[in-house]
Ligand binder design. Structure first.
Ligand code: V47
Ligand code: SF4
Length: 381
């Protein structure tokens, strides 16, 4: 039996480790989830954040393209596939329509397009290569962060190419980095219950490892706050920490709060704000080899994203401009997820942090704590 004295000694030992910049173990991470107060993990996460990123909070100027919500898979948490089942609410964009979306941003200082969607049986490797080429031909400097490991797994298997061949083909067409989606919860006990039919943990990790070896950076997500237990969260982060030790290719870890509207898991209550903030803080403490921790504000809500800055977060994604539907469909309070740069800057300054506009790879474009702005492409401003 663990006594109060043992517990406080154990927590004190964890605190000393974190302060000394040492790595915590899985058991220690679990203890933080189970026994530590929000204030305790918050203050440790703050130390790690300051050591890694000082008072800077990053954001970028991006927009999303969601080529389709038609999906061959049926993840129970997904409000997209639910709509597909109804058929009348599906969309499929062709290359001209997507290029038209890119052209809407002509002359605007956007640095990234994030492309992610459902897994459509007819949108294949060649279609996506053509899309990337069309975007690059129109706007060569625009960074293309595209497709989750779930989409890659399907399109490469269908095209009968290896992960390496497929990625090389898309890099040649214009792919610059890989977003973190599709990771959900790696542990098979949970994965089999929430998204049994799509790529498993090893497949997801292999795609990211191969991408890193080919020189691409990527992100990693974790869908928390549904049927998983704390040990599944620790297991998920352990697999990512191990891969990051090997490749160093991850930029950012993004915990995604499960939202319960209009999907097959709608009976599951959403996590509390305390659980949300604890998850961010423990992720910041445990993932000592990830440079950044992102709160994706369209999902968390802008006020809670602001609060997360006190729990280890140093990145609140981008301006988005109302181009993503994943979260509004799943019940996020952000039904029109668009924030101007001014609003993002104000939100960060209100938290007494320094807003920094970045590109996808965290090169600084403008530090709002100083007067100078390094122009990526002055012609566009
Ligand atoms: O993998 C789907 C999640 C992800 C729900 O890399 C849900 O910069 C909560 O990965 N409740 C896709 N989450 C989005 C994604 C992402 C977003 C922003 C930035 C980046 C990045 C990546 O959305 C899916 C899934 O985990 N999701 N349904 C839901 N009901
Ligand atoms: Fe398809 Fe992605 Fe939704 Fe799963 S989460 S059903 S893979 S769109």
């Amino acid at each position: 039996m663990i006594t109060t004295t043992d517990l406080s000694a154990d927590l004190k030992a964890i605190a000393e480790k974190v302060k000394a910049g040492q790595r915590i173990t899985d058991e220690e991470a679990l203890l933080l989830f189970e026994k530590a107060s929000l204030g305790f993990v918050g203050s440790l996460a703050n130390e790690v954040r300051i050591r890694k990123n000082g008072d800077k909070v990053y954001f970028n100027r991006n927009f999303h393209i969601e080529p389709t919500n038609v999906c061959v898979f049926s993840c129970n948490f997904c409000s997209y596939s639910k709509l597909y089942a109804k058929r009348d609410e599906g969309w499929e964009l062709n290359i001209d329509q997507m290029l038209h979306m890119v052209k809407k941003y002509d002359g605007q200082p956007i640095t990234e397009v994030h492309i992610v969607g459902g897994v459509h049986p007819k949108m294949d490797l060649q279609f996506f290569a053509d899309l990337l080429k069309a975007i690059k031909t129109h706007r060569p400097e625009l960074h293309i962060k595209a497709f989750t490991a779930v989409e890659y797994d399907y399109m490469f298997r269908k095209a009968k190419v290896s992960v390496e061949e497929g990625l090389r083909f898309l890099i040649e067409a214009g792919l610059n980095s890989i977003p973190g989606g599709g990771a959900e919860i790696f542990h098979p006990e949970i994965r089999e219950k929430i998204c049994a039919d799509k790529v498993n943990a090893d497949g997801w990790l292999l795609i990211h490892e191969t991408a890193h070896q080919l020189g691409l950076h990527s992100n990693a997500t974790m869908l928390y706050g549904h049927i998983e237990k704390h040990e599944h969260l620790v297991d998920h982060m352990r697999r990512l920490r191990e891969l990051q030790d090997k490749t160093g290719g991850f930029n950012t870890f993004i915990p995604l709060k499960f939202r319960n509207k209009d999907n097959d898991m709608s009976n599951i209550p959403e996590s509390t704000l305390v659980e949300d903030m604890k998850t961010y803080a423990i992720a910041r403490i445990y993932l000592d080899n990830f440079p950044h921790l992102k709160a994706y504000w369209p999902m968390l809500g802008r006020q809670n994203a602001q609060l997360s800055l006190s729990f280890g977060v140093d990145d609140i994604d981008g301006t988005i401009d109302d181009t993503t539907k994943i979260y509004s469909m799943a019940g996020s309070e952000e039904q029109t997820p668009s924030m101007s740069t001014e609003e993002l800057v104000t939100l960060i300054k209100q938290a007494k942090r320094i807003p920094v506009e970045r590109d996808t790879l965290y090169n600084e474009i403008k530090n709002y704590g100083s007067a100078d702005r390094k122009e990526v492409n002055p012609a566009m401003n």
